[in-house]
Design a protein around this ligand. Structure first.
Ligand code: RAT
Ligand code: ZN
Length: 442
């Protein structure tokens, strides 16, 4: 066993907690720290139990995840035959096609296997009987606690759309805040589809019009402040197309400038921009029908420069945009890159992006979010993230040791805490309850 460089040459290291790790100890220590540090999942589509049926869980929901539907519908079954089926039959069809008649080697199918295994359920049966009876026997609150514990997650951030009638009804009835599920005010319908949705605001008494003219900007800002008070979101968020430009004379940009950015600034919450989606390139696939495109990140540059008092949490969907995002994060302190989103969330690409981010940004980024839509997905998604990060961090610390600075467990813990928790805590709103949940698993 080779000791770390500083120790082996007898030089006196800077005083830090703990012993310097040997090369052989680095990987196991990194793995252990990753396994015992609970993560804050900065972007999901999960819902607290108070939202009832909006919160998805269980085997049928897992199998009908749109990533799997996209895989399934690219084979023999035609979408018009699939969509009318009851959910249970859809799940059966996907199980048969992707897990019985084929080996589940894709990232999304492997995730199902990992979840089944985590609950000690069989992974190779011709039907789903055993899995169904297991999930049927669970009570939601206890199941959520268990799933979060298995995933090493202390809190998740939801995606909350005030213009979704089903969801708005829950908020308007009053919903107690839930430490494990933080809210996010999602703005897609306002910023990307105003002409279809402005009447919802008008119907609630806000003086807005179809062209977002006159007082509309101020009124949307009033709407956002009202919903901020109701939801206590940790940030506001929008997903933007690859064609997004700023500045440019669009309704969305006017509302961004007159309503969203001033509201975020006054309320001291960041705005999350998820850039690069090409909606509905194949509408017959419904939610599975979106694709991606390379964006011109000069729009982001312009926003960061023009609005220095605003903070931007940013994820980009195109692989080709990842490098630019890192460069901009080095130019603008009001920009925090987060996650390897959607089509980027495959181990090979996650590895590439994360290595690049560490090399350019140190620990000043949020490496991953799960984007889970179905509760149990957090188990496999965070397991995969920890597995990939273990390799990357261990390599980084080995290089650092070789270059002359040994590392201790305390150093690794500090870095992982930043990546998994404190960057998210520091970047969310002043009333964020993200930090309430404890950082380490028992
Ligand atoms: O990854 C996904 O599930 C996508 O459908 C989107 O929801 C994306 O994550 C988004 O938040 O827009
Ligand atoms: Zn999402």
């Amino acid at each position: 066993m080779r000791t770390a460089f500083l120790k082996s040459t007898g030089q006196i290291p800077i005083s830090r907690d703990g012993e310097l790790l040997t090369e052989a100890q680095i990987f196991s220590t990194v793995e252990d720290v990753l396994a015992t540090t609970q993560v804050i999942d900065i972007h999901t589509h999960l819902f607290a139990p108070a939202f009832g049926k909006l919160g998805l869980w269980g085997i049928d929901e897992l199998l009908t995840y749109h990533y799997l539907e996209a895989e399934f519908l690219s084979s023999d079954t035609r979408p018009e035959e699939y969509w009318p089926l009851p959910k249970r039959d859809q799940a059966d069809a996907i199980w048969r096609a992707l897990f019985v008649e084929n080996t589940p080697v894709s990232e999304a199918t492997r995730g199902i296997i990992a979840v089944l295994k985590a609950f000690h359920l069989p992974t190779d049966r011709p039907d789903l009987a055993e899995a169904r009876s297991f999930f049927k026997a669970q009570t939601l609150e206890t199941h959520i606690r268990k799933v979060f514990q298995m995933a090493g997650v202390s809190a998740v951030v939801m995606t909350n759309d005030p213009l979704d009638p089903e969801e708005a009804a829950v908020w308007l009835n009053g919903v107690a805040s839930d430490k494990q599920f933080c809210a996010v005010l999602r703005l897609d319908r306002i910023l990307c589809n105003w002409t279809t949705h402005w009447q919802v605001l008008a119907g609630q008494g806000y003086r807005v019009d179809e062209q977002a003219s006159g007082k509309s900007g101020a009124e949307v800002r009033r709407f956002l402040v009202d919903w901020y008070e109701r939801m206590q979101p940790v940030y506001m968020a929008v997903s933007l197309p690859d064609t997004f430009e700023y500045p440019s004379d669009t309704i969305g940009n006017r509302l961004l400038k007159e309503a969203v950015l001033p509201a975020c600034r006054d309320l001291e919450v960041p705005l999350s921009l998820m850039i690069g989606v090409r909606k509905q390139v194949n509408p017959s696939l419904r939610l599975a029908g979106d694709a991606l495109g390379r964006a011109d990140l000069r729009a982001l540059e312009n926003l960061c420069r023009e609005f220095p008092a605003n903070r931007f949490l940013v994820s980009v969907l195109s692989r080709e945009n990842q490098h630019e995002l890192c460069v901009y994060a080095r130019k603008f302190s009001n920009l925090m890159p987060f996650g390897c989103w959607w089509f980027m969330n495959n181990p090979s690409i996650v590895e590439e992006i994360t290595r690049e981010r560490i090399e350019m940004l140190g620990t000043s980024f949020i490496p991953q979010h799960s984007d889970a839509r179905v509760l149990e997905q957090v188990i496999y998604k965070w397991n995969n993230t920890r597995r990939t990060l273990a390799r990357i961090l261990a390599d980084t610390y080995r290089l650092l040791s070789e270059d002359g600075r040994g590392v201790t467990r305390g150093d690794i813990q500090r870095d992982v805490t930043r990546l998994f928790r404190s960057n998210a805590e520091a970047w969310t709103g002043p009333r964020a309850h993200l930090s309430d949940a404890s950082a380490q698993t028992s």
